[in-house]
Design a protein around this ligand. Structure first.
Ligand code: SF4
Length: 344
């Protein structure tokens, strides 16, 4: 069993069952989540027998670090799961903090046509200890504290709701990684049922929410994101207009700009119209497509990106351009890739 798949309460139950004092659970999690000690032997406030018991019965994490690829503004970590799959995690150096982009699934079933991860389909959901293990391993190798987490790596996080939720609980609890809820972001392709579930969930609805729209017209969105056939743009926007955020918070709309596909002025105008239709305010993140030799799309020239941004600005919508950190290493949701990159 993995310690990092348990909440404090669950670990307290376990230690009680084996006759230890309750506070031992707190001590163990303190080593892991506050000091990033990933070896029971080093937990020196436990007795020798207790350390031996933990070593015989528990593991801390399950990922093997295979490789680190460095770029000036980011670092990509490739991990192998115990059943032999490769997952990726990216550490991004922002101006004054570090952000960790974690994966939530091996592959993805959503099938966006601009996404490398979609090519392999879904293999399986990541387990709680595999999500938390990405953070722990990277943090234990990184001097500065990681304060932001984005679920924007491989996979659709809301399709792995239970495990992502428990990992989030560990991330934001004071006994866990103690991150602020406002510094954890869920990036989704727009699964309507799961967004409704998130809206009802006091833990999840306080996180930052980013939703990939990518096209302001239903037929275009269907061609880029096949899930849109059953999770239509109109229904998705209705869910977003009524998402229970306090008035000062804005949902982030992610829009991957693809040359000659969704980057014209008419697209920007229609997007602005849709976002202004409800009472809610939105922010827009424009992500120029990160070219990939296996995908049939191109990145638009920067003049087109700026023109798109200008139209949204003129409509009063705060719009940012997110140039992929570590180009070639990291792109938008799902432009992380695994097996092929390692094999190369
Ligand atoms: S872009 Fe995100 S949601 Fe779409 S297929 Fe890729 S990983 Fe899945």
């Amino acid at each position: 069993m993995y310690i990092t798949s348990l909440t404090l309460q669950e670990l307290e139950e376990k230690v009680k069952q084996i006759g230890w004092e309750r506070y031992r659970a707190h001590q163990i999690l303190n080593w892991i989540y506050k000091r990033f000690v990933l070896d029971f032997e080093q937990m020196t406030n436990l007795s020798k027998e207790q350390r031996a018991f933990l070593k015989d019965n528990y593991l801390i994490h399950s990922l093997e670090l295979l490789k680190v690829v460095e770029a000036p503004d980011s670092k990509k970590f490739l991990f192998k799961t115990r059943d032999g799959h490769i997952i990726e995690t990216v550490l991004i150096y922002e101006r004054d903090h570090l952000t960790l982009c974690v994966s939530s699934q091996i592959g993805c079933a959503v099938g966006c046509t601009f996404c490398a991860t979609a090519k392999d389909g879904l293999t399986r959901n990541l387990r709680v200890e595999e999500i938390i293990g990405q953070f722990l391993q990277v943090q234990s190798l990184t001097k500065d504290k990681i304060r932001n987490v984005v679920f924007m790596g491989m996979g659709e996080p809301l399709a792995n709701y239970e495990n992502v939720r428990k990992a989030v609980e560990i991330m934001v609890s004071s006994w866990g990684l103690d991150l602020s809820k406002r510094r954890v972001s869920i990036s989704t392709s727009g699964l309507i049922n799961q967004l409704n579930r998130m809206a009802q969930d006091p833990l999840m609805r306080e996180l930052n929410l980013a939703v990939s729209i990518n096209a302001p017209f239903q037929s275009l969105r269907e061609s880029l994101m096949p899930l849109s056939k059953t999770n239509t743009l109109e229904e998705l926007l209705e869910v977003l207009y009524s998402f229970p955020y306090p008035p000062d918070r804005r949902i982030m709309i992610e829009y991957v700009l693809i040359h000659g596909v969704n980057d014209e002025v008419e697209h920007a105008k229609e997007l602005a119209r849709l976002l202004k239709k409800g009472k809610k305010k939105f922010k827009v993140n424009l992500i120029p497509f990160n070219p990939d030799p296996e995908l049939p799309y191109k990145r638009p020239p920067m003049e087109k990106v700026y023109r798109f941004q200008k139209v949204l600005w003129e409509e009063g919508i705060s719009t940012f351009i997110r140039i992929s950190k570590g180009i070639g290493l990291f792109g938008a949701c799902g432009q992380l890739r695994s097996k092929r990159l390692v094999l190369r």
